[in-house]
Structure formats: structure tokens, C-alpha cells
Design a protein around this ligand. Sequence first.
Ligand SMILES: NC(=O)C1=CN([C@@H]2O[C@H](COP(=O)(O)OP(=O)(O)OC[C@H]3O[C@@H](n4cnc5c(N)ncnc54)[C@H](OP(=O)(O)O)[C@@H]3O)[C@@H](O)[C@H]2O)C=CC1
Ligand SMILES: CC(=O)C(=O)O
Ligand SMILES: [Mg+2]
Length: 539
Amino acid sequence: MSHSAFSLSLMSPSTPRIPPYFLNTDHRQRVLAQLRSKHTGLEKYIYLNGLKERDPNLFYEVLLGNMLEIIPILYTPTVGDACSNYSHIWRRPEGLYVTIENKGHIRQVLRTWHAGPAARIAVVTDGSRILGLGDLGANGLPIAIGKLDLYIGGAGIKPSTTLPICLDLGTNTEKFITDPLYLGIRRKRPDTAEMDEFMNEFMEAMKDVFPQLVVQFEDFSTDNAFRYLDMFRTKNRCFNDDIQGTGSVVLSGFLNAARLSSAAAGTPLSDQRILFFGAGSAGIGVAKQLMSFFTLLGLGEEEARGRIYTVDSKGLITADRKGLQEHKKYFARTDYDGPALTSLIDIIKYVKPTALLGLSTIRNAFSEEVVRLMASINTRPIIFPLSNPVSLCEVDYSDAVQWTNGSVIFASGSPYKAVEFEGKVYEPGQGNNMYIFPGIGMGAILSKARHITDSMVEQAAIALAGSLTEDELSSDLVYPRLTRIRDISAQIATAVIRAAQKDNVDENGLFRNLSDDALLEYVKAKQWQPTSTHSIPRL
Ligand SMILES: NC(=O)C1=CN([C@@H]2O[C@H](COP(=O)(O)OP(=O)(O)OC[C@H]3O[C@@H](n4cnc5c(N)ncnc54)[C@H](OP(=O)(O)O)[C@@H]3O)[C@@H](O)[C@H]2O)C=CC1
Ligand SMILES: CC(=O)C(=O)O
Ligand SMILES: [Mg+2]
């Protein structure tokens, strides 16, 4: 539309006028300038969410064009601040709350969702373990919204088909219950029996009301994360992002990291030994997924398990420990019978790991002494401090580079900038499930998978690991650059669809006859694009 025609079309007396030369300007640049004028991450978050409400196309267009700047605001680390403060920064309804008081009529509540049965992907949290920030109760909704923004931006899922849900079941965090602005129900969390009853009704209702929906469980406290994954994985089309998404993304980065570290050491890949600092849903989820690193190399289950050591707040996890939680038993060591090993330094001296992975929520747990010790026993130590947000990360990138003289192979959960050390620029990886879940969700939606199988999750990891360009490989990266996430998600979705077909869980048989290239093109063609090409703000 020409400038004058556009102006004329807005000449009705009741319509506010767009400034006459608006179309001669690039409104995206105005948006970015306004965003950058905000002083805190939280202000930027509020601004961006307001923009999404006013003009979703423009919002996603700006997101797609400025991923590296905007993802850390909508997602970790800033989304952590948004969650912590959500009751105070709340502006408008953004998702669906289902409360414990809705028990008995959850279907009716779900039917109130404005997009109705068109929903294809839901991110569901109960707010009980948001990032590493603990029980935030009803303040957890922004994590679901942030993840769905990545589905839309990263995989091209249509915005109107996304469904953020916060289960408001109470909170055990006293300060919220006494906060006059707290948006959730003021009660303690239910016991297991009451919560199971609620979850059974909720998941049945989800299937009835949204027949095509994929459910991503997000940031449930560890026991419930494992419990509900086990309860629903074969009944519903669902997966747990913290267990399976994180497992998959770390397997992927580890495949590339191990290649670099083993080549530097001149040792076989199967000599890798991995030490997990943190044995919650994420730590154990990743440990289980990393078993496939060894089994893919031909090791048997026992041998593979023997390469993995886990540490919790009490130290190295051994089988003789009294009252060990169920999820820690599989990796509990049976081959150590000395005095309890509680310090990380002592544990590293005993295990001599090639890789140290942090999923502990303990800021700076990988001290200078720890990192230097890892560098003294490995030519290229693999150190992945994966806890989120940055304020809980086990070690900062610049320290890790400096303390290892640049030899570290590094990936963190939240983003770090490249650092310069002794004249060379080092680029970190971001080992975050955001690389994986958009592709898993897209693949599950398009194949209409009845379930999300282990092989779909494993193939997602292998596709991600194989997606690096020559340039990325020659820079020793372990993950592709985030700016390519749409392409990468399409590759992952393609691998996920193929895995669904092999497992016979796909209900959309249409793709079975397509070549891999044709399937990839089909997936790309299905990716939603924002249409705000000239960025006219909605009036
Ligand atoms: N990068 C990514 O993509 C992802 C990152 N994460 C991050 O992982 C972190 C952990 O999540 P999750 O597993 O669900 O949380 P949990 O709270 O369940 O697990 C934390 C684990 O760390 C252990 N731990 C706590 N303090 C110490 C300590 N001082 N020394 C050693 N171990 C300690 C805990 O021990 P104990 O069992 O004894 O309490 C527990 O095993 C979070 O920060 C989360 O943001 C999660 C998912 C994805
Ligand atoms: C990234 C993520 O899912 C978490 O930190 O919980
Ligand atoms: Mg999570």
C-alpha cells in the first residue's frame, strides 16, 4: 500500500491517525530503541510482553530478528525475575490457571480457553521448582509463557495454538502466602494423594478438551516430575522438559564435547567419565540420557552406568546411604566403601572425571580450585554449569576460560557472552533445553504421535549434535549458534517424526512415503511466520 493510500484509508473521524510519515520509518528499530532505553531486565520483560499483547506479529518479527538480545529477556535469566515478581508486575491475563479448587470440574475450566480445541502445545507448570528459584506457586506462569515464545520463535508453532498453564495448587513459600498482592491460592501444597487425584483429573480433561495437544511438563519439583512423567507418558501425548528435554540437549552437546576432549587427550571416546554435581530431576534426567552416549559406542548397560557418578547435597551418592530417594538409586555407587566423600575436590580426585556437569543450583560451586583440578587431569576438561538462572550458575564463563588457560569445553544453562583471553576470542555454548523442546513438540504435533518415546528424544539429540555447520565445528562449538534455531528445530522435528514412525506411534501416516529432504521441506513450510512486514502498529 502506498503511503498516501494508507493515510486516506484511515481518514474516518473516529479513528486515531497514524503519523503521516510513519511508513517511511522502520518501526522495528523504534521498538528496539524503546526496549534498549529500559534500565532493568524486568522493565524490558514488561515492555516486550506489552508489545506482544498490542501487536503479536510485530513482537515475533522483532524476536526473530534479534534472538540473541531478546531470548535472554523472555527466557532465562530474566524470566526468573519475572516469575519471582509476577504477582507485582501482573498486567493482564496471559494464560490459564487451574486451581486445586477446580477439582471435580476441571473440564469446564479448560473449556474456557479462548482458542478452544485448536490448542496443539501446552506448557504446564505447578510452579513448585521454577528454574533453580524454588517454589514460586502461582507466580510460575511466565516460565510457561517464555517456553511457548520459544516454540513460536524457535520452531514456528502458530501462536494461537499455544497454551500456557499454571496449576495453582498452593505454595510452601511462606512469603507469598503473606504477600497481599499474591495472585494464587493461599494454602500449603496438597499431599501426594490429593495432588495425584488432581493430576489424574487434569490430564484426562486435557485429553478430552484438547484432543490434539502435546503436553510439556515444566518445573515440577523433582519427585513429582518423575512421578507424573511415569504416570502419564503412555496415557497422554506428553514429556517432561526438565528430565527429557534437558537430557536430550546435554547428550547432544556432550556428543560434540567428548569428540573434542577425547581427540585432545588421544583417548577413546568410551573412556569418558562423567561427574554430575546435582542429582535432581535435571541431573538424573541427564545422567539417564547420557547412558546412550556409551551404549551408542557399544558399551553394555552396566559398563555405561559405571561411567557415571552422581553427587547431591550430602556428597557422592553411594548405594549404602540410608533413606536414598528412589530417583537416586540407579546411579548410586556400589563400588565405593570408604568414608563418605563430601567435598567436590575429594570426589574429583577419586573419580578423575573427564566431564563435570552442574545441575545443583549452587552459585560458584565450581570454584577456582575445582576448575584448576579438572584442567590438571584433562587436556580439555568438559565443564557444563547448567543451573539456571545465571545467578545460580556453578561457574562464570570468563573464570572457566581463565582458570583452564582456554582449554575448557564449556556450556552453561543461561547465556554468556564470548570472552577474550590472551588475544583469542572464546565462544561459550548454551546447554539449554530450548534447543530441543521446540523441535520435539513440532515433530510430535506434525506426526500426531500418540506418545513421545525415548527414541524420539534420543533422535532429537543426535539431530541437534549433527546440525553444526563447518564454521561452527571449526570454532570448536558444541551447540549450533542460536540464530539458526528455526532451521535446527526443523531438522530436529524431522528426526523426531522419523523416530515416531519407527516406533509406530505416529497417527499421521502421510509422511511415511516422503524422502528425508522432502519431509524437512514439509516441516519448514509448516513453520508459522509473522506477517508484520511493514510493521504497522495496531490502533
Ligand atoms: N540447562 C538446562 O536446560 C536446565 C537446567 N536446569 C537447572 O538445573 C537445576 C536443578 O534442577 P532440578 O534438578 O530440577 O532441581 P533439584 O532441586 O531437584 O536438584 C538439585 C540437586 O542439587 C543438589 N544440591 C543442592 N545443593 C547442593 C550442594 N551444596 N552440593 C551438591 N549438590 C547439591 C540437590 O541435592 P539433594 O538431592 O540432596 O537436595 C539436588 O540433587 C536448576 O537450576 C535448573 O534451572 C533444569 C532443567 C534444564
Ligand atoms: C531450562 C529449564 O527448563 C530450567 O532451568 O528449568
Ligand atoms: Mg525447566
